[in-house]
Design a protein around this ligand. Structure first.
Ligand code: IMP
Length: 183
């Protein structure tokens, strides 16, 4: 789905699919360089990170493995609930592995800080974070984020895996959702 398909629901396109693909390629090259000689395990957070995970690993030139976790975050609203619960745990043991958590977006960072302490307790060899998008509040959080695709304004956005009430994940561009859609 392109922004043109749902234009009435969007107030602004922040990044086109081409801009996103270019930035993912840059981040992938950076990860390849940083982890040269070490195999990376990417952990995606369902469902939002699905698109970023697929694109990031295809843009990488080194071998990579992936696994998934599902944790509760937003319901169908636009505010973080602060309630974090593991709905699906990893299938693999991450002890002594080089792990990068792949996120779609970091807003308050609540979800991520819980996830990081949980993963750190499993003794990975290294543990870093890649997020495609980051909102301003998250830039101040304690958890250091090694790879950031784009900094974005504090608006509710959809596309590139991000949804509103289950919709718009398949939008290829990243756009601000028009308030009339959720008002
Ligand atoms: P946090 O715990 O506030 O950082 O929220 C993280 C999760 O909330 C993300 O992984 C998304 O699933 C969701 N989220 C945060 N901001 C947005 C947004 O602007 N659009 C869609 N989902 C969002």
């Amino acid at each position: 789905m392109d922004a043109a398909d749902v234009m009435d629901d969007l107030s602004e396109v922040l990044f086109t699919s081409d801009q996103i693909a270019d930035r993912i390629a840059e981040v992938a090259a950076q990860i390849d360089a940083d982890y040269e000689g070490r195999e990376v395990l990417l952990i995606g957070v369902l469902n939002g990170a699905v698109m970023v995970m697929a694109d990031l690993q295809r843009a990488m030139r080194s071998h990579v493995e992936m696994d998934w976790m599902a944790i509760s975050s937003y319901g169908s609203g636009t505010q973080s609930s602060g309630v974090v619960r593991i709905l699906k745990d990893l299938s693999v043991d991450i002890e002594d592995r080089h792990v990068i958590v792949v996120e779609d977006i970091i807003d308050t960072g609540l979800t991520l800080s819980y996830l990081m302490s949980n993963l750190a307790s499993r003794n990975p060899a290294s543990l870093e974070i890649m997020t495609m998008f980051r909102k301003p509040e998250a830039a101040e959080m304690d958890v250091p984020v090694r790879y950031v695709g784009f900094e974005i304004p504090n608006k509710f956005v959809v596309g590139v895996g991000l949804d509103y009430a289950g919709r718009y994940r398949n939008l290829k561009d990243l756009a601000i959702l028009a308030p009339h859609v959720y008002a």
